[in-house]
Design a protein around this ligand. Structure first.
Ligand code: ZN
Ligand code: ZN
Ligand code: ZN
Length: 368
C-alpha cells in the first residue's frame, strides 16, 4: 500500500465525513494496495477506518497472493466455515458513514447493509475518484510507457506489417492483442477492428467480416501495462488506415477529424473546464457539417481503469488540473457507409497539454 495514497484517502474521508471505507474487487483496491482481488463469490474487502488501522479481509486460499504491509494494513484471512460479512461488520464496528467501492457486488452490499443497520451508505468513488484522477509523476510515467507500447503496435499497423486484406476483423483483433502483449502489456483490454461500413459503429464488435481492398479499417486498442505500486495502467489508442487510395470525400472527412482532434488536445490546458475541451473538438466537426455524426463525448479519463474521471463531455464544468489524464477521441460516423476516429491519451500539465501517443496521425494508406 502506498503510504501517501492512504494518507490522502484518510484526508478525503475526513473532508467528506466518511467514517469507514470498504473496498472490494475493482480498481480502487490495486490503486491503494497493489493487490488486485479476483472477482469471486468469496468476499475480499479492505476495511479502512478513518482513524484506525486498515485490515484486508481475504479468503484463506487467496491470502498467499497478498504482499502484507503490516505498517499499513493487516491481513485477516477468513476460513471457509466463517461468515466473511460478520468479519467485516465486526471491523466496521460503530462507524456510521460508510463508503463502499462502486464495483462491489450487490450480494455483498445487500448483506452488509443487513448486518450493519442504521448506517449511511455512499459510493467510495466520491472519496477515491478525485484522488485517482490526478496522476502523480510515477503514474504519468506508467501511462507514458503504456502509450509508447501502444504506439509501437500502431506503427506496425501503419507500416503494413499487420496483414489486413483477406483476413477477418476478428483475426486482426487477435493479432493486435498479441502485439500489445509482445510490447509489454500484461493484459489486453479491447481491440476494436471495424472495416468499411462497420467503422460507422463506434464500439463495433470485431467478427467474421473479411477486410477488402479500398476500405477504411478503424483500429481502437489498449491494454494494461505494469505501473508503480503493483497497479496496472491502461493504454488506449485509435488509428485509421485505408487499404488502398481513399476517395477524396473520405480524405476530406478525415482532414476535419484530424483538425478537431488537434483542437481538442490544444484546448486541454490546466484550468479549462472539461466541457470546453469537448466543445473545442466538436466545433470543428460541426462547422464542417458533420456535427450530427459525432455521436459521443470527446474523451474519458484513464488510469488503472480504461474509463474513469474526468469525462470530457458537455455539462462537465470541472476544470482540468495538473495530472489529469484522459483521451481526446473525436469521431465521425456515417451510418451504412464508413466512419473514422482519432484518439490519443493526453495529460494536463502546468506546461500545457502533453499528448502521450505519438503514432502518425495521418490517414495512412497501407498495402497489407
Ligand atoms: Zn470507447
Ligand atoms: Zn479507444
Ligand atoms: Zn478511449
Amino acid at each position: 500500500m502506498d503510504a501517501t495514497r492512504i494518507e490522502r484517502v484518510r484526508q478525503a474521508m475526513a473532508e467528506r465525513g466518511v467514517d469507514c471505507l470498504l473496498l472490494s474487487a475493482g480498481p480502487d483496491l490495486p490503486w491503494l494496495t497493489g493487490y488486485e482481488a479476483m472477482p469471486l463469490e468469496r468476499l475480499t474487502m479492505l476495511v479502512v477506518p478513518r482513524d484506525g488501522h486498515a485490515t484486508l479481509v481475504v479468503p484463506r486460499l487467496e491470502a498467499p497472493r497478498v504482499a502484507e504491509r503490516p505498517e499499513l494494513f493487516t491481513v485477516r484471512p477468513w476460513d471457509e466455515t466463517e461468515d466473511a460479512i460478520d468479519v467485516v461488520a465486526g471491523l466496521v464496528g460503530a462507524a456510521r458513514a460508510i463508503a463502499v467501492g462502486d464495483r462491489t457486488w450487490a450480494r455483498f452490499v445487500v448483506d452488509l447493509q443487513r448486518a450493519l443497520p442504521g448506517r449511511v451508505w455512499s459510493r467510495a468513488s466520491e472519496v477515491v475518484g478525485p484522488l485517482r484522477a490526478r496522476k502523480d509523476p510515477d503514474e504519468v510515467a506508467a501511462l507514458r510507457a503504456a502509450a509508447s507500447a501502444a504506439d509501437r503496435v500502431a506503427a506496425q499497423l501503419q507500416a503494413g506489417a499487420i496483414p489486413l486484406v483477406g483476413r477477418t476483423e476478428a483475426e486482426v483483433s487477435a493479432d493486435l492483442g498479441r502485439r500489445l502483449v509482445a510490447e509489454g502489456h500484461t493484459r489486453v483490454n479491447f481491440a476494436i477492428v471495424a472495416a468499411g461500413e462497420n467503422a460507422a459503429s463506434p464500439h463495433h464488435e470485431p467478427a467474421g467480416r473479411v477486410i477488402g481492398r479500398a476500405e477504411v479499417v478503424l483500429c481502437d486498442f489498449g491494454g494494461t501495462y505494469p505501473g508503480p505500486g503493483g497497479a496496472g495502467y491502461c493504454s488506449d489508442i485509435t488509428r485509421c488506415v485505408y487499404t488502398g487510395e481513399p476517395p477524396t470525400e473520405f480524405r476530406e472527412l478525415y482532414a476535419v477529424l484530424r483538425q478537431a482532434q488537434a483542437a481538442g488536445v490544444a484546448a486541454a490546458a490546466v484550468g479549462t473546464p472539461c466541457e470546453r475541451v469537448d466543445a473545442a473538438a466538436r466545433r470543428v466537426i460541426t462547422e464542417a457539417g458533420w456535427g450530427a455524426e459525432f455521436v459521443h463525448r470527446t474523451g474519458h479519463g484513464i488510469g488503472v481503469e480504461e474509463h474513469e474521471d474526468p469525462y470530457v463531455v458537455a455539462g462537465n464544468t470541472e476544470p482540468l488540473r495538473a495530472g489529469h489524464a484522459f483521451s481526446i477521441e473525436p469521431g465521425i460516423y456515417v451510418a451504412g457507409r464508413w466512419g473514422a476516429r482519432l484518439e490519443d491519451i493526453v495529460v494536463a500539465t502546468e506546461q500545457g497539454p502533453e499528448a502521450l501517443n505519438r503514432a502518425d496521425h495521418a490517414l495512412v494508406v497501407v498495402d497489407a
